[in-house]
Design a protein around this ligand. Structure first.
Ligand SMILES: [Zn+2]
Length: 217
């Protein structure tokens, strides 16, 4: 996804990909009932459970990590690093890495937020698979990123904005091909959750709010 930053934001001194060792305390649920994965009308998957309390806890936890991914999406544009996309890898309720799109900064069309996050998380954890990790992405992952998520064996994906929100401001509609149409996700043992309600709105606003800060080529 190539973009030209026309109005770079304030200087960004922080690392493109923050390794977090802070102990974020997110509450865990005492009853970790296995959630059912259900297919929604739009073809995406949602998590369902018979236990309302469990679902609320999952929702609250997901909201916190997804908010971080959305924050990264804004940061990437402000820093002039790339497009408005963020990704966070979580292990045992703690953020391992929090990254954003680095396509411009690295002059690398593959430096999407998810790929960058997976690379950094593997490096940090010194392992080539992340089967005990989850990934939170501000937007529905493109096929390349979904492939990376699959190959890293990440167990769970939660995303905020649907691909159409990015496509609406000019990003390649290639994005929408990862979770739909290919049937690829069905072969991966991965729980996929699309955020809904306010969480989704916040994630989708990223594109409208950043579109003036860069132009597509
Ligand atoms: Zn991607």
């Amino acid at each position: 996804m190539g973009v030209n930053i026309t109005t770079p934001g304030p200087s960004c001194h922080s690392s493109h990909c923050l390794n977090s060792s802070s102990s974020l305390s997110f509450f865990t649920t005492p009853t970790m009932e296995k959630a059912n994965v259900m297919e929604a009308k739009d073809g995406t998957l949602a998590v369902a459970s018979a236990f309302t309390g469990y679902q609320e806890a999952v929702q609250d936890r997901d909201h916190k990590f997804l908010s971080k991914a959305v924050e990264e999406a804004y940061k990437g544009v402000e820093c002039g690093d790339g497009g408005p996309f963020g990704a966070v890898v979580v292990h045992n309720d703690e953020i391992v890495v929090s990254c954003h799109n680095m396509v411009l900064r690295d002059t690398d069309p593959t430096a999407h937020a998810e790929v960058t996050a997976i690379r950094e998380a593997c490096k940090k954890m010194n392992q080539i698979e992340l089967s005990d990790c989850e990934i939170y992405t501000s937007c529905e992952p493109c096929p390349m990123c979904f492939g990376a998520i699959h190959l890293s064996r990440i167990k769970r994906l939660v995303y905020g904005a649907k691909a159409e929100a990015a496509i609406a401001i000019g990003f390649d509609d290639f994005i929408a091909d990862a979770l739909r149409g290919t049937g690829f996700y069905q072969k991966s043992h991965l729980e996929i959750k699309k955020a809904d309600g306010n969480e989704a709105v916040i994630a989708e606003q990223v594109f409208e709010k950043t579109k003036a800060k860069f132009t597509m080529y």
